[in-house]
Design a binder for this molecule. Sequence first.
Ligand code: UDP
Ligand code: MG
Length: 167
Amino acid sequence: MKEATLVLIKPDGLKKSLTGNILTRLSETKLDIIAARIVHVSAELAKKHYEALTDKPFFEDLIQYIRGEFHEKRKVMAMVYYGEGAINKVRALAGSTNPEEADAVSIRGQYGRITTKGVYENVIHASAHKKDAEREIKLWFQPEEIIVDLYSTKAGEKRTCNEVWAL
Ligand code: UDP
Ligand code: MG
């Protein structure tokens, strides 16, 4: 069955100019990109994304890391990949969480590092399983930003726009 997974190119990946390389590696999977955006990550979004790790000693550093506070790039590239076995395919390409233990030719093995503070700067996030993928995709994207109907939706309140494009 087709499934969706959230992929983030983290601030270190953007700072190291790895976007092209990472997208090329991901294209080996033959999965479809069904959503993409560049996101300035708020503290709220960062904490929700990593809420399962709240009690970990590295949590505060992790929030700073994903918000780009250790890099000049205060942004993340968020994407949804879709297709057969998408979650495991992307996780396998990404490699293990610890970049020193990751397969040398995985994305994290090739480009990740452990900082002197002990943070694993591993350039990419990939959802670990189906439940996480749904929770994470719903955090990072609104239904209309994804070109496949992944999850059930309900009518929303009409949004008021502060700005529209000038002619
Ligand atoms: N992380 C870290 N130190 C650790 C474990 C995790 O710095 O000991 C960071 C790392 O950037 C990782 C993120 O926290 O990608 C989320 O951790 P998780 O265990 O969910 O690993 P992932 O699912 O990203 O492989
Ligand atoms: Mg995880």
